[in-house]
Design a protein around this ligand. Sequence first.
Ligand code: SF4
Length: 337
Amino acid sequence: MTPFVIPFFIAHQGCPHQCVFCNQHAISGNTSGKVTAAQVAEEIAQKLAWPRSSGRMVQVAFYGGSFTGLPLSQQQELLAAVTPYLATGQVREIRISTRPDFVSLEIIDHLKSFGVSLVELGVQSLDDEVLQKSGRGHTVAQVEEAFALLKAGRMQIGGQLMVGLPGDSRRKALNSARRLAALKPDLVRIYPTLVMQGSPLAASFTKGLFRPWSLGLCTAVCSSMKDIFDRQGITVARMGLQSCETLEQDLLAGPYHPAFGELVLSRQYYKKLRAILFSAQKDARGQRLTLRLAERDRSLFTGMNKENMGRYQRRALLNNVEVVFTPNQRRFTVEVS
Ligand code: SF4
């Protein structure tokens, strides 16, 4: 069962940097500023009372910003607000997100003493030129060092990647995915680069110095990145930003779609079927084939706005093929006879 996450967005607090894409206030939807310990305690109590949290593993997540860049006293206050719920077992895990260069042995010890078990690193790219052009202020070597420290501290690690940053390309994005997979994170999130009002990227975009990737390119590259993580058994916990009103208001340009993850999954599904059908049709030598798919994969099969149907048709992939959807079939499995 998926965990029940109680999220807190630490919008830009604790971060002295200005990455070119960053407009944390718009992305997180939190425009009210600082999150306080009292708010954390109150929100947890409220969410634990929701029927939806009952019987599920509850996680408290401090997203956004750079948690370990906050003053130590503020980190302690926020984490201590979760302690009573950890002690009773009502909350099982705390996760935080931060920058790779804000990780040290002391920081890890401190996080562990408050029960933090997962650290998500804003890796964004594993290409030094892309990191530099994106104003990240850290290098690939610092990402690798942060992974090594967190592994030594027996922390679970999440890695966030962005595609379509300044200087990025299909080759570089796939290479970043391969390099991240080699570091063996426990989970990964992949985000398209969007141009948000008020970010440095917005100024470059307005001057014609930055062109965001198209939705089609971004979807295709993300589906290949997901293939890489799937092959290594690494969970891709999210693809695309959570849609919210503030984000949509502040979005200036870029490959945004409220169901971006679904677009990527249906693209990935199409590629898988294409490979299976090519080879099955070759072996069948003109005989009729039956393709059995899980009923719950029907929307992935057709694709958003029937996009995949057009792809099958253009390549004549479903000629002489009967497609049967089976209610009890395991998701993402394909049987051909
Ligand atoms: S490190 Fe994170 S919070 Fe800081 S500027 Fe970059 S994206 Fe924004």
